[in-house]
Write a new protein. Structure first.
Length: 209
């Protein structure tokens, strides 16, 4: 990746339906480029066994979350699967001020709010190669009940309808290719991944059916 002087600090918003592989892509990108910074979100949900507070999320109570939001501390916030999620405005501004690219891994609702507050940011939407593959990935986790899987699938298909609001789209068919495309976007390239690209729009239309 280009040096910070060649590639000034910028906020990158990455969103995707559940099961598209967003977290895997982001972790791989940060492993390749340790100078990148990941904004840790706040959430009201309970931590999972493998999650570490302050590394994966800041876990807070609903009253504390609402206090932060009402005080203007949240750059964006959303309700997802009955839990609140939000991004600390001061954390993002501090990391940008230190000269780092900052990654926000949020949903399309949060991306829309960030777009309004920080229009200079770049946003990227990750898509699965097909709806059938998305379902296979969700079922392959083997951690959710049938009811939860069906709900996640419905919500994921709904989320995918917002892809055209984003600057860039990556179709996560081959992991290494998707990582390369994501890295190129951070370096200021990848016009082929711009949402306005007719060829890309045709591929997305085929995925959405």
């Amino acid at each position: 990746m280009k040096s910070q002087s060649e590639n000034p600090a910028r906020l990158f918003v990455i969103a995707a339906p559940s099961g598209a592989g967003k977290t895997t892509l982001v972790k791989a990108l940060v492993k390749r480029n340790p100078e990148l910074r990941f904004s840790v979100s706040y959430t009201t949900r309970k931590p999972r066994e493998t999650e570490v507070p302050g590394r994966d999320y800041f876990f807070v109570s609903e009253p504390e979350f609402l206090r932060l939001r009402d005080a203007g501390e949240m750059l964006e916030s959303a309700m997802v699967f009955d839990n609140r999620y939000g991004t600390s405005r001061s954390q993002v501004e501090r990391l940008l001020g230190e000269g780092h690219h900052v990654i926000l891994e949020i949903d399309w609702q949060g991306a829309r709010q960030v777009r309004e507050s920080m229009p200079e940011s770049a946003d990227i939407f990750i898509l699965p190669p097909s709806a059938a593959e998305l379902e296979r990935r969700l079922r392959g986790r083997r951690t959710d009940s049938e009811e939860v899987i069906n709900r996640r699938l419905r919500d994921a298909l709904s989320d995918m309808s917002h892809w055209s609001e984003f600057d860039f789209v990556i179709i996560n068919d081959d992991l290494e290719t998707a990582i390369d495309e994501l890295e190129s976007i951070f370096e200021g390239g990848r016009d082929t991944n711009r949402t306005s690209n007719p060829q890309l729009r045709g591929r997305v239309s085929a995925i959405l059916g």
